[in-house]
Design a binder for this molecule. Structure first.
Ligand code: NDP
Length: 288
């Protein structure tokens, strides 16, 4: 017998997530869908040692689904019974749910970034020279997403060369062959060379660092270079503001956050999320 006022629970599993705007965005979208019983999305902060216990709540049905963020994306993938979609390529999950008694892990970051760039008119035409800064989960998602735009090249630059090489290796193992020799060097000169002189180029910051720590001289970027920063704080995001000031097309990570989250929400509920409602709530939550 259904329980009156029952609430289906969703979690954001991460550590140090108290300032995440995800609950505001998800709960606004969930309220607008009028699902019954209603859903509630909450931060659930766990240390690496507590992650296994949190996953038991999904397995028992106490919690219906979860997003996963820093630092648990790889550990949660390893704990899944099944990995699907981009999670198979990336070995990292941002979305969890149960199906037929199995814990399923997906990753909506790359598709979310693609949807965001298309929404903002920043999705590159084929033939772009792409440089991704960073070699963590977000960098892997960016490299995977942009390799689907049929670029001329995708180069990864990071402080640790072996981490950069691992990102390139993971994405090229998918059969995305356009990963020619690019830079794995974290220097202004290497990044500039990998972007090339032509305007068909894209620079993605997939690190938590901003200016002036990044190996980027905005004044020296090629004319027409598209600048994308996956950060959404501070507002405005410094690299994006500097690129726009120079007249370059640029966007930050807020729309990606929306799109990856709504792809997850569709997986948990089976309904089409109201993007505009969620976008409004998200912008309000971060003061955009
Ligand atoms: P990870 O911790 O997995 O990776 C971070 C990467 O950035 C590593 O390669 C790390 O290098 C590098 N890095 C960290 N600090 C610095 C620094 N000061 N200078 C240079 N490199 C640095 O994090 P994620 O990949 O998950 O996240 C990266 C960024 O992307 C974050 O700002 C996050 O908020 C954002 N993000 C945005 C999303 C969105 O939806 N908009 C989704 C996911 C992430 P090293 O290994 O040498 O430390």
């Amino acid at each position: 017998m259904p329980v009156a006022n029952a609430v289906t629970r969703l979690w954001l599993l991460g550590h140090g997530i108290e300032h995440s705007p995800s609950p505001a965005m998800h709960n606004a979208a969930l309220r607008a869908t009028n699902l019954s019983p209603s859903f509630s999305y909450q931060n659930h902060d766990v240390t690496p040692e507590q992650l296994a216990g949190a996953l038991l709540a999904l397995r028992s049905g106490e919690v219906h689904g979860a997003n996963v963020t820093i630092p648990h994306k790889r550990a949660a993938a390893a704990a899944c019974d099944v990995l699907e979609g981009d999670a198979l390529v990336m070995g990292a999950v941002n979305t969890l749910f149960m199906r037929d008694g199995q814990l399923v892990g997906e990753n909506t970051d790359a598709r979310g970034l693609e949807a965001a760039l298309r929404h903002e008119g920043l999705w590159p035409a084929p033939g772009a020279a792409v440089v991704v800064l960073g070699a963590g989960g977000a960098a892997a998602a960016a490299a995977l997403a942009l390799s689907r735009s049929r670029p001329r090249s995708v180069a990864v630059a990071a402080r640790r060369r072996e981490a950069a090489a691992a990102v390139r290796q993971a994405v090229s193992s998918l059969g995305q062959e356009n990963f020619p020799a690019g830079t794995t060097d974290w220097t202004v000169a290497a990044v500039k060379a990998a972007l090339g002189a032509a305007g068909a180029s894209v620079l993605v910051n997939a690190t938590p660092a901003g200016l002036p720590d990044l190996p980027v001289d905005v004044a020296a970027l090629p004319d027409g270079c598209t600048v994308i920063d996956l950060r959404y704080r501070p507002r405005p995001v410094d690299l994006v503001a500097a690129a726009r000031q120079r007249g370059l097309p640029a966007g930050d990570g807020l729309e990606m956050l929306l799109q990856q989250g709504m792809l997850s929400l569709r997986m948990w509920t089976g309904v089409e999320p109201p993007l505009d409602v969620a976008r409004r709530a998200l912008h309000e939550a971060v003061g955009a």
